[in-house]
Design a protein around this ligand. Structure first.
Ligand SMILES: CCCCCCCCCCCCCCCC(=O)SCCNC(=O)CCNC(=O)[C@H](O)C(C)(C)COP(=O)(O)OP(=O)(O)OC[C@H]1O[C@@H](n2cnc3c(N)ncnc32)[C@H](O)[C@@H]1OP(=O)(O)O
Length: 172
């Protein structure tokens, strides 16, 4: 796998928020209608998350047949959605609201329908409002990652960012 991704020279390791879930505890969905994590989104991925040590999170979802791209294998966009959601949730360890600014994925192996796809994510560092994350995805029975990803998230003011779409909170 190859990438031109590099972390900035002035990157710092942020502090895990004292109110973040304990290592081993489940992390909550950020929005119940979210395609990635929402419990009120029947067509979504239904991802679940466990806080790890430090600035790490483990996540997973089952690769349902409706996520098919090529015959019998996951659609690449679904896999990148899983990375996006998993790494974004990892940023919640800082107790900040973030959105994805940049996401890149290296696809190493086809992922068969019916697999449980697991993600190991971490925060690599932060600069001002920017939070850098990386992750690997695995399927059961394989020690080698089936895909890897890197992403930049940017902290936002929720009220400002969603000021034009607030009606979706009451009328989905
Ligand atoms: C679904 C939402 C849930 C939200 C609730 C939160 C809950 C917690 C998260 C839970 C997990 C979520 C997981 C799913 C997350 C999504 O899928 S979010 C949906 C997809 N993303 C979007 O829609 C974002 C669209 N983009 C934007 O709104 C704006 O471009 C941004 C990203 C907010 C940045 O705009 P801005 O606030 O005006 O800030 P700006 O000054 O342009 O950039 C800030 C810094 O970032 C850098 N930057 C910005 N974009 C880039 C880029 N593409 N490449 C490199 N650098 C960049 C700038 O250069 C600047 O750097 P410095 O000057 O500090 O060195």
């Amino acid at each position: 796998m190859s990438s031109t991704w590099s972390l900035p020279a002035d990157i710092e390791i942020p502090v895990r928020h004292p109110m973040a879930p304990e290592p081993g505890a489940q992390m909550r969905e950020h929005w119940e209608k979210c395609f990635g994590c929402g419990s009120d989104q029947p067509t979504g991925l239904g991802m679940t998350f466990i806080a790890g040590e430090g600035l790490t999170v483990e996540a997973q979802f089952d690769v349902a047949h409706r996520y098919q791209g090529g015959p019998g294998v996951i659609h690449g966009g679904i896999l990148s959605t899983g990375f996006d959601e998993a790494m974004g949730t990892c940023c919640m360890l800082l107790a900040n609201s973030v959105v994805t600014a940049h996401l890149e994925v290296d696809y190493a192996r086809p992922i068969v329908l019916g697999s449980t796809l697991k993600f190991s994510c971490r925060i690599d560092g932060a600069v001002r409002r920017k939070v850098y994350s990386s992750a690997e995805a695995y399927v059961d029975g394989s020690n080698a990652p089936v895909a890897t990803a890197r992403a930049l998230f940017v902290q936002i003011d929720m009220d400002q960012h969603f000021k034009d779409t607030k009606q979706f909170i009451d009328h989905f």
